[in-house]
Design a binder for this molecule. Sequence first.
Ligand code: SF4
Length: 445
Amino acid sequence: MTVSLVKFDGSLGSLRKAIELCRGFEKLGRNDRVLIKPNNCFRHKIMPPYGMVTTSKVIDGVVQLLLEYGCKDISIGEGAIIGIFDELEPYTKQGFKGTGIDKVAEKYGIKLIDFNQGPFHELDLGGVKVQVSKAALDTDFLINVPVLKTHFQAKVSLGFKNLKGCLSKDSKKRFHISKRLDTLICLLNEAIKSDLVIIDGIYMLEKGPETLVGVAHRKDLIIASPDIFECDVVGATILGIDPAQVDYLREFAQRYGRSFDISAIQIKGEDIESLKEQLEWRFEPDKELLTPAKITGLSAPYPGQTLCSACGATLALALSIFGKDNPGMDFGGAELYYGLGLKPERDTQKVFLYGDCAIRSNKSLQNANNEEDIQSLKVFLIEGCPPTLTKTLLALMKTLLNKPRMFRMLLLRAIKLIGIRLGIYQEIFPRWERYRSKEFDKTHF
Ligand code: SF4
């Protein structure tokens, strides 16, 4: 099959060219039920969307081309994971609103499906039972429209990873807590077939998946192919990540005898050599979020793959806020543990077990304050799956700040969080300043 690489010039023509070059609609029937799956995993209106979620510009273009082709039954489906500012469900609806995809649907009179609402079909993926949206399984033609981004656990989040959005919320968590994230992503893509993948590379994201930590760059590129494996191999190569080091791609390659030889892939359009970048995928949350605020004595080591994005995003937001409100402070050796499998260091003074997974997997610590070797260790639990932002901030404030400072932060934060919820306060973190530049175009969303 062919992978097309087309410079996006803002016109419908560039999207059309990307689809034509790879013969993306060749197997599409005019009477097919078509499902478009963007990456709209989570999105709050205050978060810069660049490189984090699919642009409504590309979704609008895909819908126009489908209508032009004669398709009548078109839907857009997603199952968002969380509203990180403690919003009530349904998150997906808020996500569609945050990206402007709701307006695209309204303009063309097409259906929006919230996968979180079900119905689901149970699948057995290598012994792990998961609930998958029936809408994703029953469609005739699935157009998978991820963004061009790296991911701090899966290395890249492109076509393969985007289908995780078709799972129920509990099943998404199961992908992580089963400690088999890569295998399950591979198996999910055997169960749900993408008929066409269009990677929205208007922006690309380094240290993804979100813009609390991640850094977006303008790229103006569309990568498309009916072959999801080749499309992801090309996408990863452009991001500067060796696709053979992406475990779920390697597993898929082994199962299906696929090759990572980029010269064997038929690429039409732009020359891939001139498009290659060198983006980072891995990061330490504390170094990214606390070090710039000159905070010392509070760390949050890399959690590995057992952390869900729901926990990860809420904690990243909590640390961003805590860093912004308490610059230059030293907290004397406190550590935050989350996900499964991390064990606190012995010289740590205070440990936060953040989320039910960390609490469950460190049970012995919770009664450990009398043990000789960790006498001085104090353990604080932040319960929830995931814990709410409010609960996380309260735990950090109560434990790490003196009383006057805590009350001041509590009061100011309460006012700001209410302002955010009401849409009358816009939180800006220092790392978001770059998105004021003209290259980041709000009208793409
Ligand atoms: S506690 Fe956090 S990491 Fe564990 S399953 Fe829940 S959301 Fe995922």
